[in-house]
Write a protein that binds this ligand. Structure first.
Ligand code: URA
Length: 274
């Protein structure tokens, strides 16, 4: 048995490196229980909905390389969902993404289900995991302020989601395999919402949705008319810096403000804002 001082030293050290949540009541020995911990989890059978018209079935979400069986399952399940509510249920029931196990909640979306503007961020953080809604922590508050500055808000005309639906442990960046597994659900969300304008917030979101590998500074701040991503056809899509990056690098707020002004002008052009 460790002394209380030694236990406290361990806890302080865990906290210092960002391990701030207990994942389970039972300790997992990563040296001996790896096979169980890392075994692929079989996805449940798709929900019973058969209501999707054939025309929409043809628009099945793309399957990203590296996503494996879990990605194929996600694509099959997503294609059968005919409404955002069905998709939310299907994502909550999906066990194919390894991030689901350590997370407390599935964080699917927030905002107006008929919104003309969609924002896609990276992944839930601690507050999002606790409340089950995207962008409700410090970066969410900054995002809300930026949206309000151009006449938008999530109660009325914005729908918000992430490329990952479960908080990565200790807020680490999601891996390309994790984003690839979730991508069919993200694409289906875009297809069902059909926003007029899509804001990709941060490099993980932008690279995942646009299927790019270059840095966001190379392509942010312009309309992605050449994206060649089928689901983005006729949706004005723009990538911009993530609010959590702006909190760390406030000097970039000026550039981001220019991106938001482009969004405002586009919405005026489309007759959505006056
Ligand atoms: N950062 C994100 O990208 N999404 C959230 O929901 C919260 C923080």
């Amino acid at each position: 048995m460790e002394s209380p001082e030694a236990t406290k030293a361990w806890l302080d050290w865990y906290k210092a490196i960002g391990v701030d949540e207990a994942l389970s009541d039972h300790a997992l020995n990563r040296l001996t229980d790896v096979a169980e911990a890392d075994a692929p989890v079989k996805a449940p059978p798709p929900p019973p909905s058969q209501r999707l018209p054939p025309a929409q079935q043809a628009q099945a979400p793309a399957l990203a390389p590296g996503a494996g069986q879990a990605g194929a399952d996600a694509a099959a399940i997503a294609a059968k969902c005919a409404t955002l509510a069905e998709l939310a249920e299907a994502v909550a029931a999906f066990t194919g993404c390894p991030l689901r196990t350590p997370a407390t909640r599935t964080v699917f979306s927030d905002g107006a289900p008929d919104a003309p503007v969609m924002v896609i961020g990276e992944a839930p953080g601690a507050e999002e995991d606790r409340l089950g809604k995207p962008f409700v922590g410090p970066s969410g508050r900054l995002l809300d302020q930026m949206l309000a500055a151009i006449g938008l808000d999530r109660q009325r005309n914005v729908y918000i989601t992430n490329v990952i639906f479960w908080r990565p442990p200790a807020n680490r960046a999601p891996t390309p395999i994790e984003t690839a597994i979730c991508l069919p659900f993200v694409e289906r969300q875009i297809a069902l919402l059909r926003p007029r304008v899509l804001i990709l917030s941060g490099s993980v979101s932008a690279r995942t949705v646009l299927s790019r590998t270059d840095g966001i500074t190379k392509f942010r701040g312009r309309w992605m008319t050449d994206s060649n991503v089928p689901v983005l056809e006729n949706i004005a899509t723009i990538a911009t810096f993530h609010p959590s990056y702006l909190l760390r690098s406030p000097g970039q707020k000026r550039e981001t403000w220019k991106d938001f002004l482009l969004v405002k002008m586009k919405l005026q052009e489309l007759g959505i804002l006056t």
